[in-house]
Design a protein around this ligand. Structure first.
Ligand SMILES: NC(=O)c1ccc[n+]([C@@H]2O[C@H](COP(=O)([O-])OP(=O)(O)OC[C@H]3O[C@@H](n4cnc5c(N)ncnc54)[C@H](O)[C@@H]3O)[C@@H](O)[C@H]2O)c1
Ligand SMILES: O=c1ccn([C@@H]2O[C@H](COP(=O)(O)OP(=O)(O)O[C@H]3O[C@H](CO)[C@@H](O)[C@H](O)[C@H]3O)[C@@H](O)[C@H]2O)c(=O)[nH]1
Length: 436
């Protein structure tokens, strides 16, 4: 089928590439002409394992192309997928300006009846608004059906998730449109759930809020474990063996970040407030996470009360491994606090350093390896559990750091691994290892 995808970010580009991989003819559109130029040179503007190779393959096969022209992208298409950003607005709700602009551009350039599929995460009721907006502005007498098709991929494993997801949600009021959209996703081999528009929109927020709740729950318990002498890793393992609880998303750490959980929990809370309902669980999850994102700073200050002129290695900057995305990364808060306290920060991330420059204080120094970052520094802080960092030998810290102290915000090492390494090791929700 001939489909256009609007917005070539993490979601739009991955969706477009994967749909072309299963044989659809895809045009991806973005208003960012520089992005489109890079894409036309077969270069992915984002780091996502496997994406660039699959993209090149489908461009060469003639099934995938890129444009910045709505006229080109709309011509003769009967399905268009919207995947533009819906970031957090100042009042905490979802900012819909990019979506509204996309609706207007679709309306002004469509040449026939269309199904408009909203993949962006949008507040409940937005798809009805999308239909109205397009019908209000379009220049012919074409009909528009809207479908809510929220996306569940994770950054860093987006291609894998697309072909191995737990479900695809297709929500709509027109049975014919629902069936047609269902048919384009069938080749992915993922179970498809069909529902109404508002429930589909809600499934997305409910899923992210529930996962965020699991993380804030285990993070609060980790803080309690530290105070009562339990080990949160064992607690999570024991809890997770109960299939009703499940063992996923119970890793304690410096809180969740990224472009989704923080903004989507906040948007869900705003949705509830808009109908005079207090979603107290979600509000508490958000507050817990805000505290947890900087909890490592409290741990550091207990050991090093004066950070003035301390030279600190910060390992990992991205909000999680296998991505270059810095949106709402816990490292942002932590590096800012360290710099504000007078410390010099020497940061290393395998992929995200370039993006990090726009988020972190100007004084941050960017290093090219773990070795370079820790060499001669006062102590080290781990913020992202990159494989490379998890596999780095604990003994090497003890040799390179002036004070052999590591603050690990992602519990990268088992406590046994640290024994007899000469390292003082502070982690999350587990006893400190002193090795004195
Ligand atoms: N990033 C994720 O892991 C993820 C996963 C699931 C759902 N989502 C949701 O998907 C949506 C997209 O997220 P993302 O991370 O891919 O965003 P992104 O910021 O990476 O990309 C959005 C793209 O849309 C383009 N754009 C903006 N306005 C446009 C317009 N009027 N016409 C055409 N292009 C336009 C931008 O230039 C940008 O390239 C959001 O609603 C997000 O919540 C994201
Ligand atoms: O046990 C855990 C699991 C995750 N995290 C943190 O939670 C954040 C989010 O992680 P993850 O969910 O893997 O990444 P995202 O790419 O943000 O994906 C989430 O957000 C997307 C956007 O809505 C959804 O599509 C995905 O289903 C959902 O997992 C990261 O900071 C992780 O470090 C933890 O602290 N502990």
């Amino acid at each position: 089928m001939k489909i256009s995808v609007i917005g070539t970010g993490y979601v739009g580009l991955v969706t477009g590439v994967c749909l072309s991989e299963v044989g659809h003819e895809i045009t991806c559109l973005d208003i960012d002409s520089r992005k489109v130029e890079r894409l036309n040179r077969s270069e992915s503007p984002i780091y996502e394992p496997g994406l660039e190779d699959m993209m090149k393959k489908n461009i060469d096969a003639g099934r995938l192309d890129f444009t910045d022209s709505y006229e080109t992208a709309m011509r003769g298409r009967d399905i268009v997928i919207i995947a533009v950003g819906t970031p957090q607005a100042d009042d905490g709700s979802a900012e819909l300006v990019y979506l509204n602009n996309a609706c207007r551009s679709i309306a002004e350039t469509m040449t026939n009846d269309m199904i408009v599929v909203t993949k962006s995460t949008v507040p409940v009721g937005t798809n009805e608004h999308v239909k109205n907006e397009i019908e209000k502005h379009h220049n012919g007498s074409y009909s528009v059906e809207v479908i809510s098709n929220p996306e569940f991929l994770r950054e860093g494993s987006a291609i894998h998730d697309t072909f191995n997801g737990d479900r695809i949600v297709v929500g709509g009021e027109s049975e014919q449109a629902v069936e047609k959209v269902k048919s384009i996703f069938e080749p992915f081999g993922v179970p498809i759930i069909m529902t109404d528009l508002r429930s589909a929109e809600m499934i997305k927020y409910a899923s992210n809020a529930f996962l965020a709740t699991k993380i804030s729950f285990i993070n609060q318990l980790s803080n309690l474990c530290e105070r009562i002498g339990a080990n949160v890793e064992s607690v999570a393992k024991g809890m997770g063996m109960d299939k009703r609880i499940g063992d996923k998303f119970l890793n304690a750490g410096v809180g969740y970040g990224g472009s989704c959980f923080p903004k989507d929990t906040s948007a869900l809370s705003a949705i509830a407030q808009s109908v005079d309902y207090d979603l107290t669980i979600v509000d508490s999850v958000i507050a817990t996470n805000e505290g947890q994102q900087r909890i490592i700073v409290d741990k550091i200050k207990k050991v090093f009360p004066d950070l003035e002129n301390k030279r600190i290695a910060v390992l990992g900057l991205a909000f999680k491994p296998n991505t270059d995305d810095m949106r709402d990364a816990p490292s942002i808060k932590v590096v800012r606090e360290l710099v504000d306290a007078g410390a010099e920060v020497y940061a290393y991330d395998p992929i995200a350093s370039e993006n990090a420059r726009t988020y972190l204080p100007g004084a941050t120094n960017y290093m090219d390896s773990v070795e370079e970052a820790i060499d001669g520094k006062d102590f080290a802080v781990i913020m992202t559990d990159w494989k490379e960092i998890k596999e780095y030998s604990p003994e090497s810290y003890a040799k390179s750091l002036t004070n052999p102290v590591v603050f690990d915000g992602r519990n990268c090492y088992g406590l046994k691994e640290i024994e007899n390494t000469g390292l003082e090791y502070h982690s999350i929700g587990r006893p400190t290892v002193y090795n004195k």
